[in-house]
Design a protein around this ligand. Sequence first.
Ligand SMILES: O=C(O)C1=C[C@@H](OP(=O)(O)O)[C@@H](O)[C@H](O)C1
Ligand SMILES: C=C(OP(=O)(O)O)C(=O)O
Length: 465
Amino acid sequence: MNCTVEVRPSPPVVGSIRPPGSKSLTNRALICAAFAVGKSPAVLHGALRSEDTEVMVAALRQVGWDIDVSGDGTEITVGGRRGDPNASTKVDGPAELFIANSGTTIRFLTAALSAAGGDYRLSGVPRMHQRPIGDLTDAIASVIDGRIVTESDGGCPPVCMEGRGWNGHQLKVRGSVSSQYLSGLMMAGPIAASGQPTVIEVSGELVSRPYVDMTAKVMADFGAVVHLKDSQAESGASTLKVVIEPVAYQPVEYDIEPDASAASYFWAAAAITGGKVTVQGLSPDALQGDVGLVDVLAQMGCVVEKSDGQMTVQGVPPGQRLTGIDVDMNAISDTVQTLAVVALFADGPTRVRGVAHNRFKETDRIGDLACELRKLGATVDEHDDGMTIHPLDESQVRRNQDAPPIRLATYHDHRMAMSLALVGLRISGVQIENPACTAKTYPNYFADLEALIGQSHVWRNDSDD
Ligand SMILES: O=C(O)C1=C[C@@H](OP(=O)(O)O)[C@@H](O)[C@H](O)C1
Ligand SMILES: C=C(OP(=O)(O)O)C(=O)O
């Protein structure tokens, strides 16, 4: 079966939407809730139900946690852990945890479980076994009372560990490939029962910084005590040290913001059609750095309205073009694919910098993204740290409706599907392969898009061909 979705050219998209809960906040809250010490359960409100959160819930349940998920998936009650952590799966070996392709789940769980102790093997889909985790396991190896190893080349999962928790409390970790290693270690701090503060130093560059601030905030909301200490090295480079006091997580009631990366697609729909879309539930001071995409769209000429509880993007009137820009997206790298689609309809090239780490995500989000944009006729220059997208000219935008369809591949990458589908709002005949891959973070994406832009603009082809 070769299913595709085609979004059809639309008049200016005007409307309002509340995306589902944040993946990053849901998976952080699940870790803090699971390791909370107290009699009452922790309760998460507004949580995301998707593949990435389901693998987290399933893994925690598998190793003993009592977790109740409401029918619609938005309320999660996390009770205590029962019995021997390895009892449900252990015969002679480790508990085998399948993590699919969820970077947050494998990085956060590896760190947390290593601090708690036990015998585990964490594996995933083939792409997961190409996504590096060695910087994290090296850091853990320096403190674990036991052993931790990776099984694939280049320090990639499966991860195998056996131990009795951490017997050290000072760690160093590299942050240039992913911030998730540091976030994982931070969340493990209150779990490691060393009775001393855990001190984590980041060596070298740290990418995706807003996610580290998010981690500190969620930990604090669950009762942990975290200090982030930024300083300037003599070379001028900034360095970060994190100190986590030996204070346990508390079971709390926790509200989760809508997902800001998911919101990016709806703002982009307004930007490229000259429409106006309000995303509800997000404010300029949201915990998710990805709300910063609205400022990038403002640089391109969109009008942005921010208030407490909603953020609106209005595109330029039909007939006018957005402005091509030069932008560092290191802090908001999950929105690069969204911006790349917007850049196709600008008046000049857009240079995206600072996202070399995008090559290690669900797919190579520089090379594979460039490849798909070129199928539309765009000129795209690849750089080590990003790309330059040259806009389409009018004849490429106004394709003849009878021209053969352009099929865009999605590489099992939810963000490839969600962003590239938006091209269809302006260009006819653009078909998106394997749209079901949005299930990783947004199973209802196409239904929600359809509700926003109107049913007649989304066409599904479920036939064999
Ligand atoms: O900590 C998090 O929740 C995330 C951090 C980012 O990863 P990197 O730090 O690898 O850029 C981001 O891409 C991912 O979707 C979620
Ligand atoms: C990179 C992503 O996810 P993860 O690293 O958590 O798999 C993403 O959701 O875009």
